[in-house]
Design a protein around this ligand. Sequence first.
Ligand SMILES: [Zn+2]
Length: 254
Amino acid sequence: MKITVVSPHRGDAAFALGLSIGAWLREGHAVEVVSCFTRSEFAPYSDVGLLHRNDRVSFVTAVRKREDEAWRKQVGVAKFTITDLNLKDAPLRLHIGANEVFGRVADASEKVVAKIKRALEMSKAGAWVLPLGLGGHVDHVTARNVALSALATAATPVAFYEELPEAGAVTGEEAIDAVVVQLALAVQSKLEPALAGGAGLTDVEDAVAKKRRVAWCYDSQIDEAATTDIAEFCRRFGGAERIWTNAAWRSQGL
Ligand SMILES: [Zn+2]
């Protein structure tokens, strides 16, 4: 089966699903990651601050493209692909500050909706994996909602992932449960938590080390502390990643 993962920004799918994607590939599935809002000047751990304003977007966009490429090479199998939608991220598209991207309503602009929908149609996936939208970043909520609107039927297997490191900052499971309840209504199916990515690893330390290696592909985005948060989060699940699955996903035995 082909599994398509929606990554609002470069790195989101890798941070949250590095283990799961490896496991799906080992099980023989093809995996496509769709990186949506890839034009950006957000790279706090790069040299972007040294550049003239006019050069920042092209510099950061190129740095982050190399980061996706580094992850693709690290995974290193032909059945793993990354598609770049080349859309502007929220600060560039909506002309807002980096601290104003949270808690806004989803962006329904024609270009954004059309590009994401088209990419998902083209991917011809048998199963979809979408972000929960934890933290309420407008790019995450937008990508998730457009994907939901493109889902043909409740018979399509779909799962949701918790964004990292955002999920680690959520205090209490209630906030996550509230999002899951909303999304269950949207996909007209009970969503149940499942653990993915743990199979084939020798132990929890192996899982943490693998997550750390994946996260470090994106070192313009995260510092050592965030890398540790992302990698260590899998300990609470015994070295796996948590997703929420609809009935169709479960009936496929994914
Ligand atoms: Zn993101």
